[in-house]
Design a binder for this molecule. Structure first.
Ligand code: BG6
Ligand code: MG
Length: 221
């Protein structure tokens, strides 16, 4: 059996907002006198805003300098900087191959879903002009656990009315690939940093998504 739906991560898969998240965290770190470098940033991919902040504060040894309320304010400050950096985001910012991939899936009647940990996902999908493609978008506020827990992928499959085994997930982060596999879906990993992470398919970049023959992508059922 081939797959009946493809469920996408957003940041770093559909558009390069993963880099904008990094810049916003780095700016916050600079203001607190700690360094958020690319290595630390790898631990944040796919992880919720509040959890990402906790990781940064713990890894840089300043977690206990703040109360819960102050930590909440720090997360909000990062989000304001991040949302400001989305100002000029538009259809020109789709990663290479994504537009063709979505068109191809739609043409084949394969359903398309979104499983992003970002509370800004709805805004971003709208700015990119992709709303007509997505039949289901999970609101991360509705989750009890974030990636690598499978909950977000299971909810996306349920919203599409499909058994998870009939879906594939596409991710650029380890936590996301683990979530897809735990959901029992076919896992498609993007990028060099995931080469060693177990997945069903490894593609070097989003460009390769446009070349996938979806009839060859086997479902788990
Ligand atoms: C994920 C990103 O998609 O969304 C993370 O990979 C980010 O880096 C998370 O922290 C939450 O995003 P937001 O927009 O709700 O702060
Ligand atoms: Mg991502």
């Amino acid at each position: 059996m081939t797959i009946q739906a493809v469920i996408f991560d957003l940041d770093g898969v559909i558009t390069d907002t993963a880099h904008l998240h990094f810049l916003a965290w780095k700016e916050l770190g600079d203001s607190l006198g700690v360094e958020v470098n690319l290595e630390l940033n790898e631990l944040l991919k796919g992880i919720s805003r509040q959890e990402s902040l906790e990781i940064i504060l713990k890894e840089t040894g300043i977690f206990d300098n703040f109360t819960d309320v102050e930590r909440q304010e720090l997360a909000e400050r990062k989000n304001r900087a991040y949302v400001a950096s989305l100002e000029s985001l538009g259809p020109q910012d789709l990663l290479p191959g994504i537009g063709d991939c979505l068109k191809d899936l739609k043409k084949r009647g394969i359903k398309i879903g979104l499983a992003s940990s970002s509370q800004n996902a709805g805004l971003i999908i709208k700015k990119l002009g992709l709303e007509p493609y997505f039949e289901a978008m999970v609101d991360p506020r509705s989750l009890s656990k974030g990636k690598p827990d499978p909950e977000i992928y299971l909810k996306a499959a349920a919203a599409l009315g499909l058994n998870p085994a009939k879906c594939a997930g596409v991710e650029d982060a380890r936590a996301g690939i683990e979530a897809i596999r735990a959901a029992g879906m076919t896992a498609i990993a993007l990028g060099q940093s995931l080469e060693q992470v177990p997945a069903d398919y490894h593609l070097s970049s989003t460009r390769d998504l446009a070349k996938v023959n979806w009839d060859d992508i086997v479902s788990k059922e």
